[in-house]
Design a binder for this molecule. Sequence first.
Ligand code: ADP
Length: 723
Amino acid sequence: MSLDCGRKPEHPEETHANSTQTEDHPCIAWSGLSRKIPVLVFHAETVVSKGGEFRDIGERYNLAFKIVRTESRLVRSILSSHGFHEVHPNSNDFNLMWTGIHLKPYLLRGLQDFQKVNHFPRSYELTRKDRLYKNIQRMQQVHGFKRFHIIPQSFILPSEYQEFCSCAKDKGPWIIKPVASSRGRGIYLVSSPNQIPMDENILVSRYINNPLLIDDFKFDVRLYVLVTSYEPLIIYLYEEGLARFATVKYDHAAKNIKNQFMHLTNYSVNKKSSDYVSCDDPEVEDYGNKWSMSAMLRYLKQEGKDTALLMGQVEDLVIKAVLSAEQQIATACKMYVPHRNNCFELYGFDVLIDSNLKPWLLEVNLSPSLACDAPLDLKIKASMISDMFSLVGEFCPLTPWARSTEYVGAAQHPLSLRIKNGLRYWCCLPCIAPLRSAVKATLSSFPLQLKVLRKIKEENERRGGFIRIFPTPETWELYSGYLEYKTSMNCMLATSRGFVELRESQLSPSSARMAFSSYLHRVQMRLLAESRGNGSSAWPERDDDQMELVVRFLKRAASNLQQDLRVALPSRRLPLADRRRILSHQLGEFIHCYNKETEQMVKKMERLAEEERCVNPDVFQEFVEEASESDLEEVLTFYTHKNKSASVFLGTGCTNAKSGVASSGRTSQRTVEGTSRQGERDSDALRLLGIREKKVCNGKGWLPFSTLPPCVFIQCAMPWVRC
Ligand code: ADP
């Protein structure tokens, strides 16, 4: 088994050859239309085992990370145990940057398409207490206070002093927080407004004085929320979290107001208490001052609480909070982030549940603590971080551009001299910028949407313990009205139970033929590959049948070409491998002529306004090159359904195909869009593909022809395409 992608491949195909041999490696999942892009699957247990067995993955792919302005042993340990090597914080030669701070715009702009950073620009719109409150307040004003009543009423002082005074006549207590601080630093409670300093930048929040208690202790919940994209917006919530308990029993009497160990639930505060109880057994999740969230939910359920309702409200709160900052962050991404997949972000949401079981959002943490002081921390956080890296996992993408233009460009470009052997050969370089912007310009076009959909679908398949909470059919229904940056990507993703929106895209007849030709090419390549394998067959009769079907297809299809094409049948006495090779050659000849006729058609069509409304053919070409057989089938199926005709693929001028070896070579009536009636066109296409008229067996029963797409015909004619 070869995993060696750490060298420059002679041919792009070569990486595919390698890839097919590595499908079963536990650290690799293949992504992309043709499943050629390696995606790393991370294993949490490597933190303990030190991952000797997985180290070769990162090493062979020459993957690198850097950690900047933060201390994260866990991240370092997981990456190192998967063979990533750490580079200096100043180095630009990395696949992943894990940073404790936001990146400056110029650094973001310099990112290459395989590089990932763990923050979006302007995430502080969520993670700064004052900004979060302002954003939620704006949503309250626009969409109604009740709908966004997810955060305790707050005021930013000194600027909102007047508003605060008019409201603060009510009795406290109030909780005072520095606007940009964390870990309980600088937080205290006051019972009266006149105890509040008016000359500092602070956030004053109404204190929730009826917290839900467990064994009389106040607790809050740390949830992990992963956003992989703001356009379209995609939010995941990790299935596990932590419940953190105060160390002194709760008693809201005024005399206790200064007792931090009673009112604050931060671990960093309570660990200083002599009453702090830690637990050494990772399997015991409901003992001491830190529980797993699931243990806490089990406990509440036993107490008769509706935990499903509670978690539903928690999801509601998470989605609404992210939505409140979505426009600012998505706009910043558009301005500063050069590639769609550069950024992802793990947020730490702190939620307090009150005695009515209502969750309140206290704050969103920019870099949630990944410290593992207790075994339970390690158990939860190692799994969560591994799942997160697997989910965002395209650290070594072999992009479509990389495989075609980009790869050649990279090899020739002076910059590549600075790039070491390995994945960095496939980086994005300036020479392909025009192509990339052309692709960007066709944002609403079919292939790009398809790629984004595919990526998101695959991401979801690798989600591990992360649950996608937005968009889902239900949450789209509930929350899409709050999207401020409502783009076609958002709509497409949400409404695509697969490809619904895509199917609205127009595909020109020439593009449809391009896809069909590419589909036949895959079949040809398969034949050729099989001819090079072992010639002996376990099922010679079945092979004979398949050969026969290809021959039949070729004869009939060739007779429909404008150009004369002789189809020479390989003798049945020849060895199987030779027959396959000859047929593959014949199919190749056919495709060649077919493509020439498509080209002529393109020239004619160029003048037609109709073509202009269709998907950009260059971009579509790119898609076709990348597509798998099933992707192509999907497109062909869609096209046929939409146009209620299959005639474009092979023309309408078929008359009786001559029996025997040679095609008829007729040149008249060979227009792609013939003048015959729809029904005639369909049955021509049907005959061409050797399917019985009117009805065809789909393996389950008989279907009327009109419901069947051309690729089904081809499958019927060439069953091995599905084998
Ligand atoms: P920090 O970023 O410093 O952790 P938080 O906003 O999370 O600040 O507050 C720290 C702790 O204070 C919380 O874990 C919670 O226990 C308590 N707390 C914060 N705000 C409130 C509030 N409005 N009502 C009740 N308790 C609160």
